[in-house]
Design a protein around this ligand. Structure first.
Ligand code: ADP
Ligand code: 5GP
Length: 207
């Protein structure tokens, strides 16, 4: 059996993380998504059974007190956190799990799991990022301005990531992220067990 693996996906709001991931999951349903708990309001188009578990501030803080969050951060006044259990389950069950989290969350996860693979989704330009955020039509002008300011500080952290995927043409970005996950799957340390199994078989084999 292989070892489970954490894959961190970050990138400024509007860079296309959700869009790229949705396509990846449609082709690779075996890859799991960590469902974050958030205190922000649900956006148009979001559902209760989507990528977030929408909770009240009180619910979030009690979960935090009970030690149920692996990491958490405050983004534009709202709490966002990664529940610990699904990540532990994925590791125990040898599954890959994607954590779509911001740069602070990524730093904390890398401290806890140095083997986690980190990928930063870059927009091709700031202009395109602005157009995508406005085009999505889910935030007010003021909220978009706030997200763009944070975007610049997030992009400054991009060089710390293991991989950069430029989301210009969507299909190419999905292909690049898939290639990163697939090549990580083939790493020798993840295949040691199969090598050992074959060698063990050979011992009982009479040629
Ligand atoms: P994020 O999850 O990073 O906040 P989204 O996935 O919501 O970003 O994408 C922001 C907007 O940009 C959406 O309206 C989406 O349809 C659009 N978008 C994403 N990727 C591309 C792309 N490669 N080309 C054109 N539009 C894109
Ligand atoms: P949004 O409001 O656009 O869905 O998310 C805002 C930011 O929060 C994005 O950068 C997203 O990656 C990040 N985020 C989402 N979930 C988590 C989480 O559980 N932990 C952390 N640290 N960031 C998160």
């Amino acid at each position: 059996m292989n070892k489970g693996r954490l894959i961190i996906v970050s990138g400024p709001s509007g860079s296309g993380k959700d869009t790229v991931l949705e396509k990846l999951f449609s082709k690779h349903p075996e890859v799991r998504l960590s469902i974050s708990s958030v205190t922000r309001a649900m956006r148009e188009g979001e559902t209760k059974d989507g990528k977030y578990h929408f909770v009240s501030r009180e619910e979030f803080l009690s979960a935090l007190d009970r030690g149920e969050m692996l990491e958490h951060n405050v983004y534009l006044g709202n709490y966002y956190g990664t529940p610990k259990k699904p990540v532990d389950d994925a590791i125990r069950e040898d599954a890959e799990i994607i954590l779509e989290i911001d740069v602070n969350g990524a730093k904390n996860i890398k401290k806890l799991y140095p083997d986690a693979v980190s990928v930063f989704i870059m927009p091709p330009s700031l202009q395109v990022l602005k157009e995508r955020l406005s085009g999505r039509g889910t935030e007010s002008h003021e909220q978009i301005e706030g997200r763009l300011k944070i975007a610049l500080s997030e992009i400054e952290h991009a060089p710390k990531y293991d991989y950069i995927v430029i989301n210009d043409k969507l299909d190419k970005a999905v292909e690049d992220l898939t290639a990163i996950i697939m090549s990580d799957r083939s790493k020798t340390e993840r295949q040691i067990n199969i090598i050992n199994e074959v060698l063990n078989d050979a011992e009982s084999c009479h040629w």
